[in-house]
Design a protein around this ligand. Structure first.
Ligand SMILES: [Zn+2]
Length: 231
């Protein structure tokens, strides 16, 4: 708990100066603090930067698509989000987070994509599928949904390693295909609805592409289907 507050403050206070100032930032940040965050996330880059600075070292964390450590940190400072209390929404489900159709609570909900973020109708999986006329089932990891589509892939002797070509199951794979496989289509969207992740201030929702890692994790941890609603 305290740990995150410290980081949050550090982020707020020091990053106005860091990394341009030469002061050695003496903070109790260890490698294990850095490893609490998944590499490639904005939070990881920021904490990694603090850890390097606390040792008087140069920035070194990069992103697969941003190889310059300074630019990676600039990007991360814009998107990193550290929950005030240590865990997102204190790990709780807000009381307004209820399906507007059936009243289900304590489950994942979806909001309308093209509606003002603070005027949202919320729907559970079952009600959203019915409304949007879509078929979805929860994936094993609980973080996504399967659709009713299946992708069919093949490879031939001359296909480059790691590459696959798609085929229409009605026609079947070409005669020279020596490998085939299928893959179930996954998405977190239900028609025009997208995951509803409330902000910690509780007055609005995150935009679909801007939900912070901690908010995504909060949503993933919610059950996809309510236990007493198995129809
Ligand atoms: Zn519902």
């Amino acid at each position: 708990m305290l740990y995150y507050s410290v980081l949050y403050l550090a982020n707020k206070l020091l990053f106005t100066l860091f990394p341009t100032c030469n002061w050695r930032i003496r903070m109790a940040i260890s490698k294990s603090d850095v490893n609490r965050f998944a590499p490639g996330t904005a939070e990881y880059i920021v904490v990694h930067g603090l850890w390097r600075a606390s040792r008087g070292r140069k920035l070194s964390a990069t992103l697969s698509w941003l190889k310059n450590p300074t630019e990676a940190l600039e990007w991360a400072k814009r998107f990193a989000y550290f929950p005030d209390s240590g865990s997102y929404l204190e790990g709780k489900v807000p009381e307004y987070y209820v399906c507007g159709e059936c009243g289900a609570s304590g489950v994942k909900l979806w909001r309308e994509y093209q509606t003002f973020l603070d005027h949202q109708s919320l729907r559970c999986l079952i009600c959203a599928c019915r409304e949007q006329d879509k078929v979805r089932t929860p994936t094993e990891d609980g973080c996504s949904l399967y659709t009713d589509k299946v992708h069919h892939w093949y490879r031939t002797a001359t296909t480059r390693p790691g590459w696959w070509n798609g085929y229409d199951p009605k026609d079947g794979p070409p005669p020279d295909a020596i490998e085939t496989r299928t893959e179930r289509d996954k998405t977190d969207q239900i028609g025009w609805r997208v995951p509803a992740v409330p902000t910690e201030e509780g007055n609005t929702y995150w935009g679909y592409t801007s939900v912070p890692t901690s908010g995504i994790n909060w949503w993933c941890k919610l059950p996809t289907l309510s236990v007493n609603k198995t129809s």
